[in-house]
Design a protein around this ligand. Structure first.
Ligand code: GTP
Ligand code: MG
Length: 345
């Protein structure tokens, strides 16, 4: 089993990339599983990934590079026992430094059948300036930790902006391989990117040595949250009826607009990720906002889950807003929709 870490700041496109990469690998005959780590108490990405046809496990509530390193080890073993994939894609949280995740895995005792592939770091080109202004050192460190850097969301950038950002990234990590991509667009660059990943998976991954886990990095992890100054909150709610597509979109858009406005009242220039997933019957609806500038983006996926009830998960991790304030905003917005949509906690 080859492990590939797909990292990058909140909302940079990790889950989008993992779904696309995973399905690309599957089409080439590899078996694939995904481990996703969310900062919040309830995860969103695991549901999105499994609704897109990939086997996944979620590790919520913290960071797998330190406080959850035992959960990481247990989950890698579980994935291996249950799915025995050729490739395991790991999505750390958006505030993680991926080299630490790799180092933790290298200390685990998996034996020669588990080895490390490349670290990929994504960067959202459309927010490059603001990200650098807010937490430049930490963003640079994520780039420096990578073997392969993806300058993502090229569809939102002009040609001269792209050239400037590429120049800066090359300066941060001259040894990395840099791809400029749009993970959502269908052009040839994605195939070149996947050719590079495939060749490093097949030929270059080193075996993970066996050392046993060290206990040394809890404080470092707290630093990571500090580096980005991100607060986070997640809530999960039951919807007591099945909604059709129109009602589902209305609920998600209503909540998204209200939560986004509530966060803007606290931090008018927030960066991060406000994301929601509504699963109702055979429909999954994913919604996303990655900064104060974004309008909500909705995406329907046909649910591949057996469970045909309805549930709704709301997650926010944003810069310079405390967790309690995020909790107030989200809970108040959801409560205000209770009557209209028959939601319960
Ligand atoms: N325009 C554009 N949007 C993209 C691209 N890639 C991802 N997105 C959008 O960016 C948003 C965030 O994408 P995700 O894949 O959820 O990002 P993430 O890094 O997994 O986010 P977290 O797990 O919350 O840190 C979603 O609305 C995606 O649709 C891209 O290439 N172009
Ligand atoms: Mg994600």
């Amino acid at each position: 089993m080859k492990i590939i870490i797909v990292s990058g700041f909140l909302g940079s496109g990790k889950t989008t990339s993992i779904i696309r990469m995973g399905n690309h690998f599957k089409n080439k005959g590899y078996s694939v599983a995904v481990l996703v780590n969310d900062i919040g108490d309830v995860g969103v990405d695991g549901q999105v990934i499994s609704n897109n046809g990939l086997k996944s496990k979620e590790i919520p509530r913290g960071c797998i590079c330190c406080t959850l390193k035992y959960a990481l080890e247990a989950n890698i073993s579980l994935v291996q026992a249950q799915f025995d994939p050729d490739i395991l894609l790991i999505e750390p949280t958006g505030v993680a430094f991926p080299l630490r995740v790799k180092e933790q895995i290298e200390k685990m005792e998996f034996g020669p059948e588990v080895s490390m592939g490349p670290i990929i770091s994504l960067i959202d080109g459309s927010k490059f300036g603001e990200l650098m202004e807010h937490s430049g050192d930490a963003i640079i460190k994520q780039v420096q930790n990578a073997d392969i850097v993806v300058l993502n969301k090229q569809d939102l950038l002009e040609r001269d902006q792209l050239a400037e950002i590429k120049y800066a990234i090359k300066g941060f990590n001259p040894d990395s391989i840099l791809f400029t991509l749009s993970m959502e667009a269908d052009d040839g660059s994605f195939n070149s990117f996947m050719d590079e990943i495939e060749s490093s998976v097949v030929t270059k991954g080193e075996h993970a040595p066996m050392h046993g886990i060290s206990d040394s990095c809890n404080t470092v992890c707290d630093d990571e949250f500090d580096h980005f100054n991100v607060g986070s909150y997640a809530g999960s709610y039951e919807v007591n009826s099945l909604l059709d597509g129109e009602a589902a979109s209305k609920l998600v858009l209503d909540v998204m607009h209200s939560v986004r406005n509530g966060i803007i009242d606290i931090n008018p220039r927030f960066l991060g990720h406000l994301k929601m997933f509504l699963h109702t019957g055979s429909v999954g609806l994913r919604a996303s906002v990655t900064s104060y500038k974004d309008q909500p983006k909705l995406e329907f996926v046909v649910s591949q889950n057996e469970d045909h009830g309805s549930n709704f998960t709301v997650f926010a991790a944003v810069t310079d807003v405390a967790r309690d304030n995020l909790a107030d905003v989200i809970e108040n917005v959801v409560i205000s929709k209770y009557g209209q949509f028959s939601i319960s906690v």
